[in-house]
Ligand binder design. Structure first.
Ligand SMILES: NC(=O)c1ccc[n+]([C@@H]2O[C@H](COP(=O)([O-])OP(=O)(O)OC[C@H]3O[C@@H](n4cnc5c(N)ncnc54)[C@H](OP(=O)(O)O)[C@@H]3O)[C@@H](O)[C@H]2O)c1
Length: 283
C-alpha cells in the first residue's frame, strides 16, 4: 500500500514514519503542503497517489487555541476538510487523528465512540468540527481518537517533568484531570494494524488504565529513579487559559473487534524512558 502521512514532523508523525515497514510511506510536513490550502494538498496527494492518507497534522496548542481561535479552526477544521475532499477525489481512505478534548468530562464511565461531544475549549471544538468535516466530505474514513500523547521524538509531558525536576526542588501538578496517557509508538503500531485491517468508523486508541496528571508525573519520576517531590494542585490553581475536562478516559471496547489491545500506560512509560535515554543520552 501507499500511505501518505500528513503531519510527519510531529510527535506522533515521526513515530509513524520510523516504525512503519512493509508499505510505501510518503511523509509530508507543512513544508510539503499547508493543509489550509487545498491546492497544495491536491498537488501533494496527486504526486503521492496514496491508498491511505493518515492526517496527524493539527494545531495542537490547547491554550494557544483560546487566544487564536481563527487559526485553530483554519487548520483543524478547514485543513481537515481540504484533506477529506482530496481523499475523496482520489479514492483514498482517510485516517483522522482526534482527541479526548471533544468531551466535557461529566461522564462517570469511559467515553464510547457514539457518546455526544461537548468540547470545553476552542481546540476541542475545532477538532470536533474536523471530525464532522471528515464524516461529511471523505468517502472511506477512520477516526482514531486518542489522549494525552507522550513520546520521545519531541519533548512531551514526562520529559518536561524530568527537565523541571533538574532545576526545581518541588513540582506542582494538577490532580483534578483524569485521562489515559498514550505512548506515540504504541499508537503508531495500533494505527498501522487498523490500516492493514481496513478499519472504518470511530475508534478509541489509548494505552489502558487512567490517572491524573499528578499521578502521571509522580510515576514518571519514580520510574526514572528521581526523588523530587510532587504536590497536587487544582486546575484553578494552575490557571491555564483553556478549560480541560476533569475526566476524559476513552473506552477501548470497540477496538476488540480488531483484536487489538494496548498495554498499560505504566508499561508504556517504562518503554518510553528507555527510548528517551537512547535518543537524548540523558536522565
Ligand atoms: N498531543 C496530544 O496530547 C494529543 C492528544 C489527543 C489527540 N491528539 C491529536 O493527535 C494528532 C497528532 O498530535 P501530535 O501531538 O503528534 O501533534 P504535533 O506534534 O503538534 O504535530 C502536529 C504537526 O502538524 C503540522 N501542522 C500544523 N499546522 C499545519 C498546517 N497548516 N499544514 C500542514 N501541517 C501542519 C506541524 O507540521 P510541521 O512541524 O511540519 O510544521 C506539526 O508537525 C493531532 O491530530 C492531535 O490533534 C494529540
Amino acid at each position: 500500500m501507499r500511505i501518505l502521512i500528513i503531519g510527519s514532523n510531529g510527535l506522533l508523525g515521526r513515530d509513524l514514519v520510523e516504525d512503519w515497514t512493509g508499505d510505501d510511506l510518503i511523509p509530508a510536513s507543512s513544508r510539503d503542503a499547508d493543509i489550509r490550502e487545498i491546492r497544495q494538498v491536491r498537488q501533494l496527494a496527486a504526486r503521492a497517489h496514496p491508498d491511505w492518507i493518515i492526517l496527524t497534522a493539527a494545531y495542537t496548542d490547547v491554550d494557544g487555541s483560546e487566544k487564536n481561535p481563527d487559526h485553530a479552526f483554519a487548520v483543524n477544521c478547514e485543513g481537515t476538510r481540504n484533506v477529506s475532499i482530496v481523499a475523496r477525489e482520489l479514492g483514498a481512505k482517510l485516517c483522522y487523528l482526534s482527541t479526548d478534548y471533544l468531551f466535557n468530562g461529566a461522564s462517570d464511565r469511559p467515553y464510547e465512540p457514539d457518546d455526544p461531544v461537548h468540547p470545553l475549549n476552542v481546540y476541542g471544538a475545532s477538532k470536533a468540527a474536523g471530525e464532522r468535516a471528515v464524516q461529511e466530505q471523505a468517502g472511506d474514513w477512520l477516526i482514531a481518537r486518542t489522549s494525552w500523547l507522550f513520546g520521545a521524538t519531541r519533548t512531551s509531558f514526562p520529559e518536561k517533568i524530568l527537565l523541571a525536576a533538574d532545576s526545581q526542588p518541588e513540582l506542582r501538578v494538577v490532580a483534578d484531570q483524569i485521562g489515559s496517557p498514550t505512548y506515540t509508538r504504541d499508537l503508531a503500531t495500533a494505527i498501522r494494524e487498523l490500516v492493514r485491517a481496513d478499519a472504518r468508523g470511530i475508534l478509541n486508541l489509548t494505552n489502558s488504565g487512567s490517572c491524573s496528571r499528578f499521578e502521571f508525573a509522580k510515576e514518571t519520576l519514580r520510574r526514572a529513579g528521581r526523588s523530587t517531590q510532587v504536590s497536587p494542585i487544582t486546575s484553578a490553581e494552575a490557571g491555564r487559559p483553556a478549560r480541560r475536562p476533569a475526566y476524559s478516559v476513552l473506552s477501548p471496547k470497540a477496538l476488540g473487534r480488531y483484536g487489538i489491545t494496548m498495554r498499560t500506560w505504566q508499561e508504556a512509560l517504562t518503554a518510553f524512558l528507555v527510548d528517551l535515554r537512547r535518543r537524548r543520552k540523558l536522565h
